[in-house]
Design a protein around this ligand. Structure first.
Ligand code: IPE
Ligand code: IPE
Ligand code: MG
Length: 260
């Protein structure tokens, strides 16, 4: 009795997404709930992180299928260092494992791997693995898989303020010319358009220091589903809901291009 309407609904959504082209170009996801997913199953938190890592490939595939251009995934925040060392060490080994398992498939799918965050402060082995993945995918021109690793928005803005100040002091930047676009160029995200849609899993409704400058006009979508269970059907529900949002950017029409 419960299953039938659910099945009907997801099938209907699938059809709509396949034919409607208002797909967000840049989606940013706060992948939350790995620990609770594990706890729910009587497993250690680390098992949740492993399952969460394995989920990324499926979500990349779905994003690719619908023509998303940039997928930014929040994998480790500047505040996550507060966790027990054993958990931090484990999380920071996952990029290497992910790359080892999935890089050939990602290359085949024409995915480019990029990162945002304080990269130099990551362990050497994490940096090496990620750098290799970046290098091996740099000639690709498909979906950008942008991983936020040791990322914190306030830290990013602080570093930008410091660099802007240095550039003004050394006369390489005229303070009178400083505008929003120039500030954006000092951020890790300088090569990307701002996210159109931010998704957070696990029922939390907060940003946890994610892309504060960049998501000034993003749409938000929250789900109670824990990240390891966030599958194609749930993702497509988010895409479907996005398609009916009216984005006005402070104006009166629902057209991003017209506003810019
Ligand atoms: C998200 O899952 C992964 C990271 C923050 C690294 P959590 O580890 O935060 O899982 P919960 O929120 O404790 O369930
Ligand atoms: C946000 O999740 C960071 C990542 C998903 C990497 P957290 O679990 O760290 O966020 P809080 O502490 O609940 O706000
Ligand atoms: Mg969490």
């Amino acid at each position: 009795m419960f299953r039938l309407p659910f099945f009907k609904k997801s099938k209907q959504n699938k059809q709509q997404i396949d034919t409607i082209h208002n797909v967000p170009e840049h989606i940013a996801i706060i992948m939350d709930g790995n620990g609770r997913w594990a706890k729910q199953r009587g497993l250690p938190r680390l098992a949740g992180h492993k399952q969460g890592m394995d989920n990324i490939k499926d979500i990349v595939r779905t994003a690719n299928k619908h023509g998303v251009k940039i997928l930014t995934l929040y994998a480790f925040s500047t505040e996550n260092w507060k966790r027990p060392k054993s958990e931090v060490d484990y999380i920071l080994k996952l990029p290497k494992e992910f790359i080892h398992i999935y890089l050939p498939e990602l290359i085949e799918e024409n995915v480019q791997i990029k990162t945002i965050g304080a990269f130099d402060l990551l362990p050497e082995h994490t940096q090496q693995a990620v750098n290799e993945a970046k290098k091996r995918t740099e000639a690709n021109n498909g979906l950008i898989l942008n991983i936020a690793l040791n990322y914190g928005s306030r830290d990013e803005i602080l570093q930008a303020i410091k660099q802007i100040t240095r550039d003004v002091q050394s006369n390489s930047l005229d303070i009178e010319k400083l505008d929003e676009q120039i500030v954006s160029n000092y951020l890790y995200t300088k090569d990307f358009i701002d996210p159109d849609l931010v998704i957070r899993t696990s029922g939390e409704q907060r940003l946890s220091n994610f892309l504060l400058w960049q998501i000034a006009y993003a749409e938000f979508w929250f789900t109670d589903v824990y990240w390891p269970d966030f599958d194609e059907t749930v993702f497509e529900q988010a895409l479907h809901d996005y398609q009916s949002r009216k984005r006005r950017f402070g104006g009166l029409t629902n057209n991003k291009l017209k506003q810019e």
